[in-house]
Design a protein around this ligand. Sequence first.
Ligand SMILES: C[S@@+](CC[C@H](N)C(=O)[O-])C[C@H]1O[C@@H](n2cnc3c(N)ncnc32)[C@H](O)[C@@H]1O
Length: 197
Amino acid sequence: MHDRVFKHTEAHKLEDPERLRWLSPAEVISHLRLLPGMKIADIGAGTGYFSIPIARALGDVGQVFAADLQPEMLELLRQKLSQQDAPGNIKLLQGEASGLPLPDRSVHMAFYANIWHELPNHDAAFAEAVRVSVLGGKIAILDWRDDCSPPPGPPQEHRISDEAVVAFLKTKGCRRVASRHVGQYGYMVTAELTPAP
Ligand SMILES: C[S@@+](CC[C@H](N)C(=O)[O-])C[C@H]1O[C@@H](n2cnc3c(N)ncnc32)[C@H](O)[C@@H]1O
């Protein structure tokens, strides 16, 4: 695991109640255009800060695949899911963004929250997103603005601008690439990965 990866020993920061003030899951979800029954891969899910509200928004007929490199992160999420009011439509998967344990064409959206800047190989992660997505599937990349200074967030030199993410997705042939600021320090870029059938 390389240095940029956010370590499970820091997981309490993902659960800091203050975070709800500067990065609201409801705001992020409002830009995802979820529909009941969708299957979403939350790649780099961590402790499930987004997996759980997305699962609730999808309802019982939808499904979230919460994937993470670190088994310790998934264990923290497993503990949250053992609580009484937790949603039952989240499946935990240990895996690399570039080699997800998901079948071809099995999700409607690949969602990356605060992980894109940690990935060592964007081409490989993108290829994997295309492989696991249905035709017409979407990608959503939420990450830290490079015009805001830490704290909170990763060092300035690790950040990737929203313009760079937009340019990357356009180079890959994505359509309807759109970017907006979310919360106090973030941006989210959304796009269609592949044309609809
Ligand atoms: C900063 S945390 C964000 C967690 C969660 N998305 C959130 O916003 O609360 C980044 C997560 O991505 C995971 N991660 C980093 N590199 C990864 C990779 N190559 N494949 C899968 N997961 C990765 C880390 O283990 C960590 O849990």
